[in-house]
Design a protein around this ligand. Structure first.
Ligand code: ZN
Length: 507
């Protein structure tokens, strides 16, 4: 049982019971995408949907409301119960936020959304296969309209797109985000132009075979060193890499292997491991409450990016691990130097596909989606203009132009699922990661030496103490300011990319 004040016991217990149901549903999903036989799919979706429905019913029940209103003004979210410690008052505010989100949408609307999700996904899939945006356009239009209605239910006083941003990154608004993204865009364009005048020796990984077992053995050694606790975690294979957690003592992630190139599996495993370390670092005493939950999508992403970018893609890391990788793939790598491998790992090449992008051009993909989402939500552009606008932005920002809708406007699934305001968290997470890294490196002056020795206990502890164990006791903007002394800026990410890539490309 948790360590909360006595009056809160019943409310916390109800939250734990809701968490049990949600986590059972998540576990069913994990099973589905890892080892479930494919014929189980239909009944599994029904089983999962039933558990989620039960969880929602509990979260919106009269019993829950009655308990919550002893402590919180249900209209404003203000805590009215006197003399609670700060973290509990904060916890109550966050419980209210969740409750408000759960009850704000009428049941008929939620049912309509679920139905629409299914239809829009199917339309997107067939439009993508047939490379024809027109087949998806009517569903997308409906999806955007319902996103606007959803925003209005949640907060009628704010601009709809700000409400959607706030769902994924509490407190974030376009007024804060646009200047950050504009600065990043401007700086990256300049850097990209310089880099494109130079070339680096490229390694053709696809000329070799990269057996799965050897890749998996190498990755196993790395995640062990990164201090992912395998007594409280599990690592598996799936078609799309992801991480999930049911409790800090049961956190799991997956890897997808490419037998023609070891880089995606290595980097994505370190990325997902970063997500896993966050969830393992949450405080289990508060399981079921916001104090045992990650702050936001962007803060979660900051932890995965911290490990992927600042550790897994660094020269210091590969000084230690390249000899080990060479041991695993001796005949493939015996004639490839550390520097050539490192350059190949960090090769910059503008492309059409977001998920294959390098560290620099990746953010252009995100900024393009952000700008288009803003224009869509504000009604500034019409649906039928989308493919053209998309292609024009790719040509302008990345100097590549899609030749069909599948590689262009239809490439991501997110909009069919109604995920508007979600893409920005990827870039925001990278900004947080770099700003946090600067402070970590100042607090731990030998951080790079430790990375070079394959020692990661101290950095895991630093992240755990400063971020993980707090749960949602702070919002991202408050925490970033508290840890780094500054509000979030684009500068640390820009500085990192500039200094790293001017060195690699000698510009
Ligand atoms: Zn991630």
């Amino acid at each position: 049982m948790s360590i909360c004040s006595k009056p809160l016991l019943s409310l916390v217990q109800q939250r734990r019971e809701i968490a049990h149901l949600v986590n059972a549903g998540q576990l069913m999903h994990w099973d589905k995408v890892t080892i479930m036989p494919k014929n189980g799919s239909k009944i599994r979706d029904e089983q999962k949907a039933y558990l989620i429905k039960l969880a929602h019913a509990k979260a919106t029940s009269g019993a829950f409301k009655t308990e919550l209103e002893k402590f919180v003004n249900l209209i404003t979210g203000d805590v009215i119960y006197p003399n609670l410690p700060d973290h509990e008052a904060r916890m109550l505010k966050e419980i209210w936020r969740d409750w408000h989100h759960a009850v704000a949408l009428p049941n008929e609307f939620v049912e309509k959304l679920t139905l629409l999700d299914g239809e829009a996904y199917t339309a997107w899939e067939s439009a993508k296969t047939q490379q024809d945006f027109k087949l998806f356009a009517p569903d997308l239009e409906r999806r955007i309209k319902t996103a606007g209605i959803q925003a209005n239910y949640l907060n009628p006083d704010s601009e709809p797109y700000d409400v959607l941003l706030d769902l994924h990154e509490p407190g974030m608004t376009q007024a804060q985000l646009t200047p950050l993204f504009d600065e990043l865009k401007h700086q990256l364009k300049t850097l990209l132009k310089k880099i494109q005048t130079k070339s680096r020796p490229n390694v053709d990984f696809s000329q070799f075979d990269w057996p799965l077992d050897q890749q998996a053995n190498f990755i196993k050694a790395v995640i062990y060193d990164l201090k992912f606790d395998l007594n409280s975690g599990y690592h598996a294979i799936s078609a799309h890499p992801f991480e999930t957690s049911f409790h800090p003592t049961d956190t799991r992630f997956t890897t997808r292997y490419n037998m023609k190139d070891p880089r995606p599996a290595i980097l994505s495993s370190i990325h997902e491991c970063g997500h896993g370390l966050y969830d393992q670092g949450l405080n289990p005493d508060w399981y079921g409450t916001p104090l045992c939950q990650a702050i936001s999508t962007a803060m979660h992403e900051s932890q995965s990016r911290f490990y992927e970018m600042r550790i897994g893609r660094s020269l210091a890391f590969w000084k230690h691990y390249y000899p080990l990788l060479q041991d695993h793939f001796h005949s493939n790598l015996k004639n490839i130097s550390l520097n050539d491998f490192y350059s190949a790992l960090n090769q910059v090449k503008p492309s059409l596909i977001r998920i294959e992008a390098d560290e620099i051009t990746y953010h252009m993909h995100i900024i393009i989606r952000y700008e288009i989402e803003q224009a869509l939500m504000s009604g500034e552009i019409q649906i039928q203009e989308l493919p053209e606008l998309w292609n024009a932005k790719y040509t302008d920002y990345l100097e590549v132009t899609p030749s069909n809708d599948s590689d262009g406007i239809l490439q991501d699934v997110h909009w069919s699922l109604g995920l508007f305001g979600y893409f920005p968290t990827y870039t925001l997470g990278s900004m947080y990661a770099c700003q946090l890294y600067e402070t970590a490196a100042a607090d731990l002056p030998d951080l790079e030496t430790q990375i070079q020795k394959g020692e990661f206990s101290t950095i895991r502890e630093w992240l755990r103490t400063n971020i993980h164990q707090l749960g949602r006791a702070r919002r991202s903007d408050e925490l970033i300011k508290e840890i780094t002394g500054k509000p979030v800026t684009a500068k640390p990410l820009i500085d990192y990319l500039n200094s790293k890539y001017t060195a690699i490309y000698n510009v």
